[in-house]
Structure formats: structure tokens, C-alpha cells
Design a protein around this ligand. Structure first.
Ligand SMILES: [Zn+2]
Length: 216
């Protein structure tokens, strides 16, 4: 229980301090701000393969992505910076509470873009590569997804296509700023699973993902 209160305290602190550190940045994205929705966390590991937890890789990619976007001049907020979820401590429906707080943080951030970071998993292990998803709630999301996907395909030598998120998914139709969900690779593909555990690859992937926003 104590741990929950500590997490909740930091969550509240984060919420209250939700403003971008507007330092004098230089670079092609200096006018832009991003909120990075780091998938899963805490009791919610996301996809698990052996001892590999999606939530951990999502956080590692997100931290690299923050660094790369800042390097291009952008202001960046991470929705979580450690291994915890965003649910209220005594929430009866933990997953819904987690989503509700993410929605609130993203919408209140007033960032130019959100980027959700997740990993893919399919029964068919032949699939690999990053895939970009968009909600139709804002017209521009589709264009952003296509451009991010095209850049990632070019850099990673993959042929994935961007796809629409089902409107039955709880969170994305409620987001009021433009953005995309990036499934950064397939944990179901052995070769890609190896790469997703390598910080050198994750850092390079984050660099490409950040650069893809220069094409928008
Ligand atoms: Zn996920």
C-alpha cells in the first residue's frame, strides 16, 4: 500500500507540474512540443515473453525518444518515467483508471503531438518492423501516421503499412491533440526480439522516430 501512495504522490506532483520546461531550444523542432505516452507500467507489464516485459522496453525507447526529440529542439514530456501505472491507488477498475489519467494528461498537456509507445505481438512470428496506428478522431492523424511509417520503413528497410485504430479502443478516440500509436517492433519475432533488447538499436530506432517528425 505504501508504494501506491508514493506512486500516487509523484503522479499528482507530475500532474500539477504539467508544464513544458520552455528553455531556449534550437533546432528544426524548436517550436514543437510532444507528450510521450509510455505504454503499460507497474502491475500492467503489456506483452510478456519469458523474462522480457513490454513495459520495460517501452520505457527505454521513450527515454531515448525524449533525448532525440530534445536534440532536435522540441519540448518533451514523458507520461511515466519509472515502472508504475497511472491508476488511482484504490481504483476498482485499474486499467480504466490508468487510461483515464493518460487521456487527461495528454489532453491537458496541450502538446503539438502525442506519441504512444508500444510493442507488437502476433501468433505468426514472421512479421517484423515498426507499425504506426492512427485514430480517425482527427483528420491529420492519418497523414502523420503515413509519413512516420514511410520514414521508418525507409530507415529500417521494412514494408509495414500504417493502420487505423479500431474505434472500440477506449483511449484514442478521446485524445484531442494529434498523434500516433507506434508499435515499435514485434516481440513475437525472434530476431526482432533480440534487437529490442539492445540499447544501441533502441537508441537508433528512437532517432529515426524523432526524425520522422521532420517530414510532417
Ligand atoms: Zn502494449
Amino acid at each position: 500500500m505504501k508504494k501506491y501512495y508514493v506512486c500516487f504522490f509523484f503522479f499528482c506532483l507530475f500532474f500539477l507540474c504539467l508544464s513544458f520546461p520552455f528553455v531556449e531550444a534550437q533546432g528544426p523542432l524548436k517550436e514543437k512540443s510532444f507528450v510521450i505516452d509510455v505504454g503499460h507500467g507497474g502491475v500492467d507489464p503489456g506483452t510478456v515473453v519469458g523474462s522480457i516485459y513490454e513495459k520495460d522496453i517501452n520505457l527505454r525507447i521513450s527515454k531515448f525518444l525524449k533525448k532525440e526529440l530534445e536534440h532536435l529542439g522540441a519540448s518533451v514530456l514523458l507520461i511515466r518515467e519509472g515502472d508504475y501505472d497511472l491508476a488511482s491507488p484504490l481504483a476498482m477498475y485499474r486499467k480504466k483508471s490508468d487510461f483515464d489519467h493518460r487521456i487527461s494528461l495528454i489532453n491537458h498537456s496541450k502538446a503539438n503531438y502525442f506519441i504512444s509507445i508500444h510493442l507488437n505481438y502476433l501468433e505468426d512470428s514472421s512479421y517484423d518492423g515498426a507499425q504506426v496506428f492512427y485514430s480517425k478522431v482527427l483528420d491529420e492523424n492519418k497523414t502523420i501516421a503515413e509519413k512516420v511509417q514511410a520514414y521508418l520503413n525507409q530507415k529500417l528497410q521494412t514494408k509495414r503499412e500504417s493502420k487505423k485504430i479500431s474505434s472500440s479502443i477506449y483511449m484514442y478516440p478521446k485524445l484531442k491533440i494529434p498523434g500516433v500509436l507506434v508499435e515499435c517492433g514485434f516481440l513475437s519475432n525472434a530476431k526482432e526480439r533480440e534487437k529490442l533488447q539492445d540499447d544501441a538499436y533502441l537508441s537508433l530506432f528512437a532517432k529515426y522516430l524523432a526524425e520522422s517528425f521532420l517530414t510532417i
